[in-house]
Design a protein around this ligand. Structure first.
Ligand SMILES: [Zn+2]
Length: 361
């Protein structure tokens, strides 16, 4: 019998470009060559069956000290087993713009040097073609809109350069919105909603056909987008708050409205967003990812479940040490009862469907 073709995975959140540019001494790597550092490069993606994904540009905050401290509850008492992590201050636009342009240029060079193996995808037709012919599909995403001016002129330029997905905030506040902190346990209702510029940003993304990523946004910002946006609602790398009560995860009410809009949720492999105790230790089974996928599928339907790894931006479960181990995750999804067709939907088809609607504008 001929060997069955493995199911391709299209994964919508990694921090690989940012991590490569900021590699610490002795750990430098490139995307096109195999490395033993980090989670993702092209040779390892091929080995693991990764067909492509959203490549995030995230401008780190300088000197950010994110040591956890005690979490104080609404009653003024220390929450046992909880912690709070201060968010960094706002980032100057000039430094975010310079960093974003540098990393975009890194990506353009990867595409140029790949001899046709890597493509910067701008349309859903291109995406479907890349997945079927085996060209590695890269979608340009910006995580945190600090590089964009409030008149949105930079947004037009970035769109022409290939930007097709934008998270208005990483967790720190900016001119458009407020993000959630990394406190645990906590509800995502942590502050004010979108600013006036933020509302303009959402409308302009709709007009251009840029996907709006709700991951990292606080609850009021989330509900503002739900009211304003006419595109399917999408959280690229967030899990179920009912199973792991970090504010980075989605409450049942948020999951419900994502389903109503025809949107999708990418399961995040970060151990701290999977475990019910919020602990960030790598000794965590990858079955935890399947457990969140199962929960979301049972609540809102499997057509709204997808994958958003957070490779190169988070601590992975030990059995998913890098992208070469993806087949083990697909097995874990089957093991919790998803059929082959459902695994295929989670692995790439749901994203293809949502992007086709979103990018049509
Ligand atoms: Zn993120």
């Amino acid at each position: 019998m001929p060997k069955k073709k493995p199911i391709p995975v299209f994964d919508v959140h990694n921090d690989t470009l940012t991590r490569i540019r900021r590699a610490p001494p002795g750990k430098s790597r490139t995307f096109l060559e195999r490395s033993e550092h980090g989670h993702l490069d092209l040779p390892r993606a091929r080995e693991g069956g990764l067909a492509g994904g959203f490549f995030a540009i995230f401008t780190p905050s300088p000197d950010y000290d994110h040591e956890p401290r005690e979490l104080i509850g609404d009653d003024g008492e220390v929450v046992p087993g909880g912690w709070a992590i201060d968010l960094p201050p706002r980032l100057a636009r000039r430094s975010a713009l310079a960093f974003t342009v540098s990393v975009m240029s890194d990506l353009f060079r990867v595409v140029e040097q790949s001899a046709g193996e890597v493509e910067l995808v701008r349309t859903s037709r291109d995406l479907e073609r890349c997945i079927s012919e085996g060209t590695f599909a890269v979608i340009l995403h910006i995580e945190g809109a600090e590089a964009i001016d409030t008149k949105l002129e930079t947004l037009d330029v970035f769109y022409e350069a290939g930007l097709r997905s934008l998270g208005p905030v990483w967790s720190r506040p900016n001119a458009f919105a407020h993000g959630v902190p990394f406190d645990f346990p906590r509800h995502p209702d942590t502050g004010p909603g979108l600013t006036t510029a933020g509302r303009r940003l959402i409308k302009r993304c709709n007009e251009l056909g840029i996907l709006i990523d709700l991951s990292h946004l606080n609850a009021r910002g989330f509900w503002d987008v739900a009211k304003i946006s006419r595109a399917p609602l999408v959280a690229t790398h967030s899990n179920a708050h009912a199973l792991c009560p970090t504010p980075r995860n989605l409450t049942d009410g948020q999951l419900d409205v994502i389903a109503l809009s025809g949107g999708v949720v990418g399961m995040n492999y970060n151990v701290g967003f999977l475990r019910s105790d919020g602990d960030g230790k790598a000794e965590t089974s990858l079955t935890e990812i399947a457990r969140h996928a199962r929960y979301v599928a049972e609540r809102i339907g499997v057509r709204h479940v997808a994958l958003g790894s957070d490779f190169d931006g988070a601590t992975m479960p030990g059995d998913l040490a890098d992208v070469t181990r993806l087949p083990g995750l697909l097995t874990a999804l089957s093991d919790v009862g998803f059929s082959e067709d459902e695994v295929r939907a989670i692995a790439y088809r749901n994203w293809v469907r949502v992007l086709a609607v979103t990018w049509a504008g």
